[in-house]
Write a protein that binds this ligand. Structure first.
Ligand SMILES: [Zn+2]
Length: 165
């Protein structure tokens, strides 16, 4: 089922999501809905926070599925960054909850992500490139943070004014 995506400044986007602590059938259904919603948008990642659900879970797919490639979905429950590389990079990011704007965000280029998969198993993977960036962006959502919270106040003011037009 395609779910409505909350738009900034909905206050629910600023709430941190509680740990899920395990996999339930509700979470499995929500995972399927998040994937369907993300692919339909289309987007490369979507967090439960963005559809108003208080679950610590996000989905992402940074493969070239939009150009006909095979879909490579990730469903990450209770994700956490356990290590991050010392190199950072700034890149433009968009967000399905802030349509029409992009902001240059500085983040570590590589991170180690740990998460619980839909079978309840804990997984760990070292991520780089788009995967590392999207995973960090989605974990920010689960912590109630947006790309607007990651840029300097003057740039934020400019973008907020632009998005309100
Ligand atoms: Zn986002």
């Amino acid at each position: 089922m395609i779910l409505p995506i909350l738009n900034h400044p909905d206050p629910r986007l600023a709430k941190a999501a509680p740990e899920s602590g395990g996999v339930t059938s509700d979470l499995q259904i929500l995972a399927a809905d998040l994937l369907e919603t993300m692919y339909a948008a289309p987007g490369r990642g979507l967090a439960a926070t963005q559809v108003g659900r208080e679950a610590r879970m996000f989905v992402m797919d940074t493969s070239d599925w939009q150009d006909g490639g095979r879909r490579q979905p990730y469903v990450c429950i209770d994700p956490e960054i356990t290590e991050q590389g010392s190199e950072t990079a700034s890149e433009d990011e968009g967000c399905l909850s802030i349509p029409g704007i992009t902001a240059s965000v500085e983040r570590p280029e590589t991170v180690t992500l740990a998460w619980t998969d839909l079978s309840g198993n804990r997984q760990t993977e070292e991520l780089s490139g788009a995967k590392a960036r999207v995973a960090q962006h989605e974990i920010d959502h689960l912590d109630g943070k947006l790309i607007l919270d990651r840029i300097d106040p003057a740039e934020r003011e400019r973008l907020e004014a632009a998005s309100a037009e």
